[in-house]
Ligand binder design. Structure first.
Ligand SMILES: CC(C)(COP(=O)(O)OP(=O)(O)OC[C@H]1O[C@@H](n2cnc3c(N)ncnc32)[C@H](O)[C@@H]1OP(=O)(O)O)[C@@H](O)C(=O)NCCC(=O)NCCS
Length: 179
């Protein structure tokens, strides 16, 4: 699988064994860890990269792709489906190596995977929970048309503190209607 984004040099593709050094280089960053679930470790070691590449390629219905810039994996984007009555929801997440922040890469990668996700029948709704201290990520979601649905007060414990979490969601019909 290879998904082209709206930026020529930026594509999404499955994680590969040879991404390990760049995954550690870009992933070993407290500022990234601080904004993700604890599934993303800190410090980020070569053993963590090994584990991740196995998980990313063996997660059933979940989609986990590397964000690749000029051949180098510089971040990740993924959608983890919920189950039972929530089975048509997907938990949406992404990160970009700090050296590449502010270039529109997260927006382009996220837009491409949203398009991919809604091209199939599984997802009706994509959700992203953003910590209150992360306005950059809120901006990415707003550029993609996600709606800010509400605040889950102190629902997250991260970096030794409770933090509010802002729920953003995008419905299939939001994209179809171009909102
Ligand atoms: C959040 C993150 C993915 C953004 O990546 P990026 O490639 O720099 O994002 P983009 O360049 O596509 O867009 C960022 C937008 O946020 C804006 N922004 C950045 N910092 C901001 C801030 N402190 N306040 C308000 N807006 C901010 C930028 O100006 C830009 O908006 P614009 O295009 O209107 O100017 C990246 O910083 C990251 O990986 N952070 C750590 C992990 C993370 O937060 N993941 C998301 C978890 S919900």
């Amino acid at each position: 699988m290879r998904i082209q984004t709206d930026i020529d040099a930026l594509v999404l593709r499955p994680w590969r064994e040879d991404d390990k050094p760049s995954l550690v280089r870009h992933g070993n960053n407290r500022e990234i860890w601080r904004n993700l679930t604890n599934m993303f470790p800190h410090p980020y070691t070569a053993a963590d990269a090994d584990d991740w590449i196995g998980i990313a390629n063996g997660s059933g219905d979940a989609i986990h792709l590397a964000i690749v810039h000029e051949g180098e994996a510089i971040g990740g984007v993924g959608i983890i489906p919920d189950d039972d009555i929530h089975r048509h929801n997907g938990q949406f997440g992404y990160w970009i190596g700090e050296a590449h922040w502010g270039k529109g890469f997260a927006t382009a990668a996220a837009r491409a995977i949203v398009r991919h996700a809604f091209a199939g029948p599984r997802f009706q709704r994509l959700e992203a929970e953003v910590f209150a201290w992360n306005p950059g990520s809120m901006r990415v979601l707003e550029k993609l048309g996600f709606t800010r649905e509400g605040v889950h007060r102190k629902s997250v414990f991260k970096d030794d503190q409770f933090v509010d979490c802002v729920m953003y969601a995008l419905l299939r019909e939001d994209v179809a209607s171009g909102s």
